[in-house]
Write a protein that binds this ligand. Structure first.
Ligand SMILES: *Cc1c(COP(=O)(O)O)cnc(C)c1O
Length: 379
């Protein structure tokens, strides 16, 4: 069955190229890939396995279930971290699937150590990571808690996490002094940890953090957004390229004979002669986020505005401009409207226009009933 839904095209080769760009910039630090939330909605299994083929060996997930779903394609030698930790009772399965929980509270540390002892495993057999808070107040041990752990050398060595991490709160604000404060706190504690446990990896920077400077790179960097095409340099040209485009099929097309009110709430008044196209895709597909206010798309190369309100399953566009070009009307079946592309309607452009975070625009596509097409590097 070929259902008439939108098509989300994901250029996985471009994701891989972006990863290589970031990795070259961060070298000699290790470059991981953050593929949480199904790789920001674009497909963690497909993207993860291609990044693995390109040499990526460290992957970050948020939840246990999303990691389980993508783990098989990532190779036994990759390190897969669970940013949200491991659910109580799932510890054994996590270890069996070689998932590494990020312990972000004292309760999580204690629960992990207790479980590990009861399972008769040591730190090498059941690896964990530790996250501490340097100024975001979301997840992570408080500084005082980390210091207390470090004060007891033996118990730190019993814990022996493979990775110590923190997260920047304002890395997209290049000149905000909070970045330096967080960096200095991070490295002050990191240096003490390294003295006790030289093999541990230190990690601080997300996409924007990586481009704040080398002094943020530590041993391992954690890009997410940059891999998916968001510009990680707020005040400069983007070093990465767009990876996703979205087209909607037109399921009804009409030329108005008389003026008419369009859509729920009858807020738009159309004139005779206007050509209106109903596209499959609405707010249930995350479209309100993508289109934003004064939304538009492209139809046969012409810029076509949204008219009326976005409905749950459909959106109406005024495609008159598309037909003025050659005057010839087509059957609705062959028409599509592009609402995101890799040239003009890029994620960066859409999020700027909508004053929405690119992250929200992209992940809102996850709810969508889209057919996904993956473009890979030629083998
Ligand atoms: C989501 C996330 C990242 C990736 O951030 P981007 O801004 O998308 O690069 C890195 N680290 C942590 C802890 C995260 O939650």
């Amino acid at each position: 069955m070929n259902e008439n839904t939108g098509t989300l095209t994901i250029n996985v080769a471009a994701v891989v190229a972006n990863w290589r760009t970031v990795a070259a910039h961060a070298h000699p630090s290790i470059t991981s890939a953050v593929i949480k939330a199904d790789a920001y909605g674009l497909g963690a299994a497909q993207i993860g396995s291609e990044l693995y083929r390109a040499g990526c060996r460290h992957f970050f997930f948020a939840t246990f279930t999303e990691a389980l779903n993508a783990r098989a394609g990532l190779g036994a030698d990759s390190c897969c971290y669970l940013l949200g930790g491991v659910p109580a009772g799932a510890e054994a399965e996590a270890v069996r699937c070689r998932l590494i929980p990020v312990l972000s509270s004292m309760a999580a540390v204690e629960r992990w150590l207790k479980w590990r002892a009861s399972a008769g495993l040591d730190a090498a057999e059941a690896p964990a990571a530790v996250k501490f808070d340097t100024g975001m107040t979301r997840l992570g041990l408080a500084l005082s808690e980390l210091e207390a752990l470090l004060a007891d050398r033996e118990s730190w060595l019993a814990l022996s996490p493979v990775l110590l991490m923190s997260h920047l709160a304002v890395s997209d604000e290049t000149h905000n002094p909070q970045n330096r404060r967080q960096r200095d706190l991070f490295f002050a504690l990191g240096a003490r940890v390294k003295q006790l446990q030289p093999s541990i990896l230190l990690s601080l920077a997300n996409s924007c953090g990586i481009y704040l400077g080398r002094d943020y790179h530590a041993d391992l960097v954690r890009p997410g957004a940059a891999l998916y095409g968001f510009n990680p340099v707020p005040e400069g040209a983007s070093p990465v390229s767009s990876v996703a485009s979205l087209t909607l099929p037109v399921i009804a097309l009409r030329t108005l004979k008389a003026s008419a009110q369009v859509g729920y709430g009858a807020q738009y008044q159309a004139k005779p002669g206007q050509v209106l196209a109903v596209a499959a895709g609405g707010y249930a597909d995350g479209l309100h986020r993508i289109l934003g206010r004064n939304g538009y798309g492209f139809c046969r190369g012409a810029r076509v505005p949204v008219v009326g309100r976005v409905s749950m399953d459909s959106t109406i566009f005024d495609v008159s401009a598309a037909f003025r070009i050659d005057g010839k009307q087509e059957a609705a079946e062959s028409l599509v409207i592009e609402v995101m592309n890799t040239t003009v309607l890029t994620l960066d452009a859409l999020s700027e226009r909508n004053q929405a975070l690119g992250y929200e625009v992209l992940t809102s596509l996850r709810s969508g009933r889209y057919r996904r097409e993956y473009q890979s590097e030629a083998l």
